[in-house]
Design a protein around this ligand. Structure first.
Ligand code: URP
Ligand code: ZN
Ligand code: ZN
Length: 464
């Protein structure tokens, strides 16, 4: 099957230019002008007036994550379908090592969840919650199998938490095997003390979650793990950075020339501590790190402009308001942490970033697709519009508007954090490895068509 995408503006991280794109089978065969006159195709898709961009890559999702006595609602089928509707054609999800279990058991379980269900391509990172001699040794094998990143936590004592010694040992291991440590950086031990004090003082509503998890404790942990990585002589990637003080720690390290990388998420750019108010309704917005006051927004955008933040991913981890979030009625500590978002990232960043005049359209493509591909061993197979790359392509209308709502979204969750927000920019057609998965708002893909992506090590991070 050969498809010609004609008349569009190709937008890449490097620049924008009018060009036709010829897709042959699963790959991009040619990018150039006037291809309609020189090549034959089974189908020609007119992209006039639209952008032709590499499919979005969301390197932080949690399909079916066990958390707080329940599971994130989206399966690999529903979650990747929703991702595709939003212009994302690759996810990297977090497999979970449970305490007392091996990495292998966790990874096998995640392969079983995804295989035969995902509609777009997917990879895995590994959550390490039990650093032992055995699990350290297992890391080498996972790197060899294309799962080269390991998320550790200074948060969630008793669940995913690792102490500094454990984190340092895992970092030392990646110095030898080429893997990358991803850190959830909040001082969970101190936060738990403040949270207990907050409940004891009578604040049990979701706002207590935001007040207890103060930004200085994110900054402290961020600086600490960066310095641990410095001592271990390895790069480090900070996930879901939310606070300007934490960004300061990353910026300082980068100014020193250290290979410290970080992502933020749409919720930290568009939502705020105010959303955690309004009584128990605020449970819809409970995630960790928590939403911050609005004065953090400008700093995070500045971080994206200046490349102190390289990536925007979603941390997609949806729980229904009715039946899941309400486990925390009367005690905010029992609200499952996480927000839905995999469907809205590309459009929110286009609307707030490009239309809002904060970033160029080329930088938008970079932070939603190309930079994650480079940092996570997928480039140039993904994240690029170039001959030889996988034909993961979005024909994007920068002028069409849509209103975000739980009544029309495709995520398996009963609310939207962005209910009623109108965004400018929407995908008209989404292609995954040469096959159309979404066309004119209709799903055209196939359950199980997504393939596991064996990813390379973080060489890009090491060379920085
Ligand atoms: O609140 C969040 N972020 N839930 C998902 C788990 C994690 O820490 O990423
Ligand atoms: Zn986390
Ligand atoms: Zn997460």
């Amino acid at each position: 099957m050969r498809t010609l995408i004609s008349g569009g503006t190709v937008v890449t991280a490097e620049g924008s230019f009018p060009a036709d794109v010829l897709v042959d089978g699963e790959r991009i065969a040619q990018v150039g002008s006037g291809l309609a006159a020189t090549v034959s195709a089974d189908e020609t898709i007119d992209a006039t007036g639209r952008y032709v961009i590499p499919g979005g890559i969301d390197v932080h999702t949690h399909m079916e994550l066990p958390f707080g006595g329940t599971f994130a609602k989206d399966t690999f089928e529903t979650g990747t379908r929703a991702a595709a509707f939003g212009g994302t054609t690759t996810i990297v999800d977090f497999a979970v090592q449970s305490k007392g279990k091996s990495l292998r058991e966790g990874l096998d379980a995640w392969h079983a969840k995804a295989e035969g269900n995902a509609v777009i391509d997917y990879g895995f990172h590994m959550i390490m919650s039990d650093v032992t001699d055995d699990s350290l040794a297992e890391m080498d094998q996972l790197v060899a199998e294309g799962v080269p990143d390991f998320k550790l936590f200074t948060a969630y004592p008793g669940v995913f938490f690792s102490d500094d010694g454990a984190i340092f040992r895992a970092m030392q291991r990646t110095a030898r095997n080429g893997g990358l440590i991803m850190m959830h950086a909040e001082n969970g031990l101190a936060i738990d003390v403040i949270a207990a004090d907050t409940v004891a003082a009578g604040t049990t509503d979701p706002i207590g979650h935001g007040l207890a998890r103060c930004s200085v404790l994110e900054a402290e942990a961020t600086n600490r793990v960066i310095r641990l990585a410095q001592a271990a002589k390895v790069p480090v990637y900070i996930v879901h950075l939310s606070a300007k003080e934490a960004l300061d720690a990353v910026r300082m390290a980068r100014d020193e020339g250290l290979p410290a990388f970080a992502e933020t998420c749409p919720q930290y750019l568009f939502l705020s501590l105010d959303d955690l108010g309004h009584g128990f309704e605020g449970a819809k917005f409970v995630c960790s790190p928590p939403l911050r006051s609005k004065d953090h927004w400008d700093e995070l955008w500045k971080g994206l402009v200046k490349d102190d933040l390289q990536v925007v991913s979603t941390d997609h981890c949806p729980f229904d308001f009715h039946g899941q979030k309400d486990l925390g009625q009367g005690d905010f500590r029992k609200i499952p942490n996480g927000l839905p978002g995999v469907e809205d990232r590309v459009d929110l960043l286009h609307d707030g970033g490009v239309v809002g005049g904060r970033i160029t359209k080329e930088r938008w493509v970079e932070i939603v697709s190309t930079a994650p591909a480079k940092l996570f061993g997928l480039y140039p197979r993904k994240g690029a519009i170039v001959a030889g790359a996988d034909a993961d392509i979005v024909i994007y209308d920068p002028n069409r508007t849509r209103t975000i709502s739980a009544t029309s979204h495709h995520m398996a969750v009963d609310y939207s954090c962005y209910e009623g927000r109108t965004v400018q920019g929407a995908p008209d057609l989404v292609m995954s490895r040469g096959s159309v998965v979404v066309r004119a708002g209709q799903f055209a893909g196939r359950k199980g068509a997504g393939r596991f992506l064996k990813r390379a090590t973080a060489d890009y991070a090491r060379m920085a």
